[in-house]
Design a protein. Structure first.
Length: 64
């Protein structure tokens, strides 16, 4: 009887474990997506900063 109870308990936990595994996978995918967005934004901001620095150098060169 105890063996049946253990099997029943184990069988009940299987869908829960599957749901947890799927949640972990989705969380990992979401984190990778967020990281990609942050990286793309950082690249855009870097290009903007480089352009601003170049414009400032040109303005300074024209002023001299």
């Amino acid at each position: 009887m105890n063996t049946f109870t253990n099997r029943s308990h184990t069988m009940n936990l299987m869908p829960e474990n599957l749901a947890r595994a799927q949640m972990r996978e989705r969380l990992g995918e979401a984190q990778k997506l967020q990281q990609g967005h942050r990286l793309a934004r950082a690249h855009r901001l870097t290009r903007k900063a480089e352009q601003a620095a170049q414009q400032a150098r040109h303005a300074l060169a024209r002023a001299l």
